[in-house]
Design a protein around this ligand. Sequence first.
Ligand SMILES: Nc1ncnc2c1ncn2[C@@H]1O[C@H](COP(=O)(O)OP(=O)(O)O)[C@@H](O)[C@H]1O
Ligand SMILES: [Mg+2]
Length: 347
Amino acid sequence: MLDRKKSGDVLSSYKGKFTIATICSHSSLQIFNGARREGIKTIGICKRENRKLYESFPLARPDEFLIVDDYKDIPVPELVARSAIVVPHGSFVEYVGEKYDDLEVPIYGNRASISWERSRDKMFEWMRKAGIRTPKIMKPEEISGPALVKFPGAKGGRGYTIVSSYEEFKRRVGERKCMIQEFLIGVRAYPHFFFSPISQIGYQTSHGRLELLGVDKRVESSADEIARAVSAGLTPRLSFTVIGNEPMVLRESLLTDYMDIGRRISDISFLLFGGMIGPFCIETIITEDLEIYAFELSARIVAGTNMYPLGSPYSAYYYKEPMSTGRRIARELKNAAKKKRLKEIVY
Ligand SMILES: Nc1ncnc2c1ncn2[C@@H]1O[C@H](COP(=O)(O)OP(=O)(O)O)[C@@H](O)[C@H]1O
Ligand SMILES: [Mg+2]
């Protein structure tokens, strides 16, 4: 992992002025639009073939494009020359892979948090230490009834398998490395949190304030439309390829629990690796007994926030102006720069 001092030195060389850069994918339109609303210039790292699309949005296109052949080759010197702070999103960390840890350009947030989201074992350690409910993790011999088999590095739920017995596991999975989880039944909800160590508004935590900027529900194929296939007499396998997101509001009495979950995840992150900064999402399932189970954690902006470029039913209670997560990031960087505290939120 890049030395914190090195990143700090590059940041110091910007002398308080900065631009926002990210890869043109995932939630970049929202990030660029949010920065634009806060008066910050943006840089889009883009493949030639995608430029046309990103240019076509007058209010969300980046101010400048840096064209690359492969996202693994982030143009670091060009970014530093433009005083760029990188805002990482799901595709950014996915495409750049382990090279992410050593990028010699300042990154918004604590770059250590991504190594905790990257490994499913570490992620579960994090969630368990936070003391939040997680699905039961099983050994193959313990399978009795539907269990979800998750393989390392699976993207968008692709390639997950459901097995119902040890026999079926041996036959269909064999020796492959995987994590076996109890299959939870309930309603999924994906809350979008934003942690700030410098803000004065939001839900108090041990190290700062937590805002809930929105909630979404992912739409997954085939799982979310499977009733049609079943009623047509088919017996398709459940799969979880993310297709998009739908807005969601939670029953208000659940907010107490959700903010407590967010607080616990945030507080423990300071003990584990010095603290997660900025946006994060906890993927949850709520059972009929109103028990909330967390099955995944994203330590950065999630694509579900794309629904709310004009703010959400929750952001409206914190901000008079439309506040997306993308804009909130830009606002945070601006506020921190004003207070000369950028180094606390950029690494
Ligand atoms: N324990 C579980 N029980 C039931 N459904 C689950 C469970 N874990 C995940 N899912 C479903 O599978 C999808 C993908 O799982 P997830 O662990 O989030 O993988 P990915 O890394 O692909 O996002 C989830 O969005 C959810 O619909
Ligand atoms: Mg997930």
